[in-house]
Design a protein around this ligand. Structure first.
Ligand code: NDP
Length: 352
């Protein structure tokens, strides 16, 4: 059986003892993400805080007897853990504590990403791909990108796939259709409450979503906040933030890059906006509609229709990301020092 296996893929994961990883690691090891002929090595980054917990995670992985799991390496030094990594799933981040402002969170987590990006730049595979999950994920990814000049900027992603999955679910429920009939759904912008779930280009059973859901007030006024605030609503019910569905969406994100995107469909990922066809500031990590031919890479789809309503929404999310960028200028080599003007407290989906 192993003669048909591919070369072992090395996957580094941070925040590996956290809630999301507790679901994700087992999905990765089972082969359901990268395929049943793709052996993987897991390289898990913890901290002094999580040393014991991480050993517990490794014990559970060992006891699961996954044939595709070639090895599990644990450590607290990113320079060792990221060695030769093909993928870095950057999930670990400090959660916002009571009374902590968003600009403080940007700074504290930004520093984590400076350190990790520098380590990736030194020791990871030269084509390593990075997916930032830890919030604020778009700006953390931008910091990472600017601190890893030897890695391709286009290889940095921030996760907006959970938002896409939530948007598809709401459209399917409203239309009374199964979610597999909902396609071409992009969530644009920042992974925050300014995110823009796009119903204009979305299709349900091959028709424009607005021709199936003939309720423009619902689409404009209810759908967007419902998707953007889903994380908060879940915390109220469940008492903890979304971990299982986030892990599922990370798996979806990864699969989307290794399975060719069907014609007429897209997937959402926040990527470097350089050269984007929609006029978004080029030095941002901005979620956009993408497609892949299945080789792990992607291209930004350039023919999405943008009407005035959508354009105004995209601008709001872009403005928020520009403000976030101003707050982390001290963490971006060569950036101009700007004043951090974030006073409002935009909650992140999934954040309590
Ligand atoms: P957990 O709290 O369960 O785990 C977070 C991990 O982060 C911890 O295990 C810890 O690991 C690590 N960490 C790094 N720095 C610190 C610090 N200074 N203080 C405390 N912990 C730290 O979180 P989740 O797994 O539920 O979520 C992880 C991240 O994912 C969060 O930032 C969350 O907001 C984000 N998220 C993003 C989503 C998205 O769609 N983009 C959706 C849902 C969540 P260690 O001690 O090993 O460093």
């Amino acid at each position: 059986m192993t003669s048909s296996w591919k070369k072992t893929m090395k996957i580094a994961v941070t925040g590996a003892a956290g809630q999301i990883s507790n679901h994700l690691l087992f999905m990765l090891a089972s082969g359901e993400v990268f395929g049943r002929n793709q052996p993987i090595s897991l390289q898990l980054l913890g901290s002094e805080r999580s040393r014991e917990a991480l050993e517990g995670v490794a014990m559970e992985l060992e006891d699961s007897l996954y044939p595709l799991l070639a090895s599990v390496k644990l450590g607290i030094d990113p320079h060792k853990v990221f060695e030769d990594a093909d993928w870095a799933l950057l999930i670990g981040a400090k959660p916002r504590g009571p009374g902590m402002e968003r600009k403080d969170l940007l700074d504290i987590n930004g520093q984590i990403f400076v350190e990790q990006a520098k380590a990736l730049n030194e020791v990871a595979s030269r084509d390593c791909k990075m997916l930032v999950v830890g919030n604020p994920c778009n700006t953390n990814a931008l910091i990472g990108l600017h601190n890893s000049p030897d890695l391709p900027a286009r290889n940095w992603h921030a996760l907006t796939r959970l938002d896409e999955n939530r948007a598809k679910c709401q459209l399917a429920l409203k239309a009374g259709k199964f979610y597999t009939s909902v396609t071409n759904v992009c969530v644009w912008g920042n992974h925050s409450t300014t995110q823009v779930p796009d119903f204009l280009n979305a299709k349900i059973a091959g028709k424009r979503a607005s021709n199936v859901i003939r309720d423009s007030q619902w689409l404009k006024e209810e759908f967007t906040p419902k998707v953007a605030n889903r994380g908060g609503a879940l915390i109220k019910k469940w008492g903890r933030s979304s971990a299982a569905s986030t892990a599922v969406s990370i798996a979806d994100h990864l699969r989307s890059l290794y399975v060719p995107t069907p014609a007429g469909d897209c997937f959402s990922t926040a990527v470097y906006a350089k050269g984007n066809p929609y006029g978004v500031d080029e030095d941002l990590i901005f979620s956009m509609p993408c497609r892949s031919n299945g080789d792990g890479d992607y291209e930004i789809i350039d023919d999405f229709v943008i009407d005035d309503w959508l354009a105004a929404k995209l601008k709001e999310s872009e403005d928020e990301l520009l403000k976030e960028r101003d707050c982390v200028g001290h963490l971006i080599p060569g950036a101009e020092r700007a004043v951090c003007a974030i006073v409002e407290d935009t909650m992140l989906p999934g954040e309590n």
